[in-house]
Design a protein around this ligand. Structure first.
Ligand code: GLA
Length: 383
């Protein structure tokens, strides 16, 4: 169910009485191409999607933050003067973001609010980054801080790394903070420069949730990062971004076989991402689709972060004639795939792919067309 902004306002009125002063919205994301490249200083091409976290809020006179999560049917509260890490679930994302903003010297104010979202959890659509950026957007509007998407994304990433303890790159927070409606965003994860890339006419982006979730993601993720770092050390560069295919081919035989494959994925994926941007700009949807297909093969065989369910989903999606390209998206091991399709046939694609996947795996998927939306924003203000 798509969450509408009046729902949060209604929930706010029921819980706190009166109207919220602001409503903020912060989206999840799907990554078109450029996977496991962000922490290698590389390139990514995500879009912010029309699945988001919404927060309706009003300032308080004190330094407490009191938020009710509709999805968990649970209150959460903390003081900005005594932030301590606990095993508190969703509220830790708010605390961590508050901590990170204060560490950066931003003066914060307390607020009360309600929180609701329709970004599926653990699906690889960045529900945690959406929550961090919703929180940052809320603190910014309450305290009158300027909204600098890059700076805020870095603070959200810091919260995720140091408060939550997940060693993610910058992609998810940055696209949630800086997304642009109807566009994908090319992010250079070294300089953090972004470039909007419009979708060619007549294509639709489809999210294909395998409805499988895997527990081991964090340890596998950290292991891949470590392998990339050791490969960068071997090539004597600061990050794999700096290794060309030529350099790789000249020297890689001295690397162990697994590290070779990990590095090869990152090097070729960076190249595919830049090629994908060019293909989009010249409206060459077929070329873009081929790059997405190749990305999946590389993630499956060289980087080894796919899963049987993801492979099955990508296979059934690619077999449909409306499909230009399909691949797993996000960290992997479960969660979602993404497909680029001929928009006119979207309905048939969605139904046929969902049925074929269910038939093949026994899992009931969630398959839907998504729209590229703006990043975190204040959608309503009242006096
Ligand atoms: C997760 C991380 C991102 C990125 C992707 C893989 O979503 O949070 O920083 O590394 O995996 O591309």
């Amino acid at each position: 169910m798509a969450v509408e902004k009046h729902h949060v306002a209604e929930h706010f009125a029921a819980r706190f009485g009166g109207s919220p002063k602001w409503i903020v919205r912060s989206p999840g994301r799907v990554n078109l191409i450029g996977e496991h490249t962000d922490y290698n200083d590389g390139f990514v091409l995500p879009l912010a999607i029309d699945r988001a976290i919404w927060m309706a809020l009003r300032p308080r006179d004190d330094r407490r933050v009191s938020v009710y999560s509709i999805d968990y049917d649970q209150p959460g509260e903390f003081s900005l003067d005594s932030l301590t890490k606990e095993d508190g679930g969703w509220i830790e994302y708010l605390k961590g973001t508050a901590w990170s903003l204060q560490e950066a010297g931003h003066p914060l104010h307390g607020f009360e609010g309600v929180l609701v979202g329709d970004v599926p959890l653990g699906a690889g659509l960045s529900s945690s980054a959406a929550l961090e950026m919703a929180t940052a957007r809320a603190f910014a509007v309450v305290a009158g801080l300027p909204w600098d998407p890059i700076a805020m994304a870095k603070l959200g990433q810091r919260a995720e790394n140091q408060w939550i303890g997940v060693n993610c790159g910058i992609m998810d927070q940055l696209i949630s903070a800086a997304g642009q409606a109807d566009h994908a965003l090319l992010i250079d994860c070294r300089s953090l420069q972004t470039e909007t890339v419009p979708f060619p006419p007549g294509v639709a982006v489809v999210v294909l949730d395998t409805s499988t979730r895997r527990g081991l993601v964090d340890s596998e993720y950290n292991q891949r990062r470590a392998q990339c770092e050791s490969a960068a050390e071997f090539f004597k560069v600061s990050a794999l971004r700096d290794v060309s295919l030529e350099l790789f081919q000249a020297l890689a035989h001295d690397l162990d076989e697994i590290t070779q494959r990990r590095a090869l994925h990152v090097i070729t994926e960076n190249d595919r991402t830049l090629q994908a941007v060019e293909a989009m700009r010249r409206g060459d949807v077929a070329a873009l689709g081929v790059l997405m297909d190749k990305s999946h093969v590389s993630l499956r065989d060289d980087y080894e972060v796919s899963s049987d369910a993801l492979n099955a989903m990508v296979e059934v999606a690619a077999a449909h004639e409306a499909c230009y390209g399909a691949r797993m998206t996000g960290a992997g091991f479960g969660g979602c795939a993404v497909a680029l399709i001929h928009a006119e046939d979207a309905e048939d694609f969605v139904q046929a792919t969902a049925a074929a996947y269910q038939e093949k795996t026994g899992h009931t998927p969630a398959v839907y067309v998504c729209r590229a939306t703006n990043g975190a924003e204040v959608v309503e203000t009242s006096d």
